[in-house]
Design a protein around this ligand. Structure first.
Ligand SMILES: Nc1ncnc2c1ncn2[C@@H]1O[C@H](COP(=O)(O)OP(=O)(O)O)[C@@H](O)[C@H]1O
Ligand SMILES: [Mg+2]
Length: 143
């Protein structure tokens, strides 16, 4: 389980990091951090880097729960903030998404550990005292 750490000075730098990381990300990717940390901002860069949509088309799925960007090689962006119970999450059909080949970006999914695939990537975003963010990427392998 190896981790890599990045620092981004501002919103633009976080989007640029997302574009860069988009080339290597696959499967389930948890975006972890408090409200306003930059999870959706990083998603803009990832989605754009994949060529699935432009960053301006990416918005928070807080109320819609699931956004799909692109058709051929889609990126799914999911926000579980508004859900409290596992059975609510189960209605979203995440298992089917995880079984497929698509990139699935998830906000607040760490609240439902039982529903997550053993093989996944976790990206932690921590605000610093200035505008910058410390972003740590960890690939988690099944044991
Ligand atoms: N270095 C940075 N990286 C990402 N966002 C930043 C940064 N500095 C300031 N921001 C601001 O923080 C907010 C992050 O919001 P958002 O990405 O929606 O957070 P989350 O999805 O984690 O709740 C945006 O308003 C963005 O402009
Ligand atoms: Mg968000």
């Amino acid at each position: 389980m190896s981790s890599r750490t990045f620092h981004t000075a501002d919103e633009e730098a976080t989007i640029a990091l997302g574009r860069e990381l988009s080339r290597e990300l696959q499967g389930a990717v948890l975006l972890i951090g408090d409200l306003g940390a930059g999870k959706t901002t990083l998603t803009k860069g990832i989605v754009e880097g994949r060529g699935a949509a432009t960053m301006h088309e990416v918005s928070s799925p807080t109320f819609t729960l699931v956004h799909q960007y692109g058709d051929k090689d889609p990126v799914f962006h999911i926000d579980l903030y508004r859900l409290d119970e596992e059975h609510e999450v189960e209605t979203l059909g995440l298992d089917d998404l995880f079984a497929g080949k698509s990139l699935v970006l998830l906000e607040w999914a760490e609240r439902f550990p039982a529903l997550l695939p053993a093989r996944r990537t976790e990206i932690r975003i921590e605000p610093n005292e200035d505008e910058s963010r410390t972003i740590t990427l960890t690939n988690i392998e099944p044991r």
